[in-house]
Write a protein of this length. Sequence first.
Length: 255
Amino acid sequence: MYTDFLEHLASFMDRKDIKINEPMNKHTSFRVGGPAKIFLNVHSKEILSKILIALNDRKLPYFVLGNDIYLNNTSSDTWYENANTKQWTSKDFYGFLDGKGYTIYGLCIEPEEVTTAHMYMGLFRTVSGWIKNLNVADARIVGLAYLGGIAGAVNSGEIQNCTFDGTITAYKSSSDINDTEEYGTNIGGITGYIFGYPEDMGIISCCTNYGKIIGDNIYSGGIVGFTSDNTLTRSASCSRNVHADAPATSEPGSI
């Protein structure tokens, strides 16, 4: 991905300062961290300015959090039952997001009635970019399938060094459908599903789930609900502290 962007960077940066899949443990005090898709050594504000212009020219959005975000007041144990609770709408994410270790509190997606519209939900609907160093806490997500704390699904993107704490629940049926094998499935603390092209699959690394995953069918995972075998080996250095409920006949999630 972004071959043209990398070539443009090389037109004004020394190639040795452009690193692909650079291990972040080389750059952190505790010597931990997975590979960064693109790592740039920037030595001047002039170079930084050119990088930001290149991102804008290619409509590659970049975001950096500067503080915690409170979507709802979560001081009560039943905060999500408050009539004033703001419901979140998941959108697809393309670009770069560095949470800088800050936390988004009070994410709530809990429809009054679960329908086929309530699939691919989380902080983001799908991720086709890079998200790192972000925490989501005191969250509550209820839907039909493909649910995750950070993203409903990861499509040729990467989620790195992120955490989730809250509750995710997927139901197998709703008012406008009958039970099927697809519904109540593919839910995980970080993402419900990983897909992409074989040479550019999604990656989850150095992520932790402290939350509770409740599935009504198959593929309920602490980190990822479902992924193909060739992405499983790339989903390294993850941990899960999770209570996953599912029927006795169900299949467990990938991670």
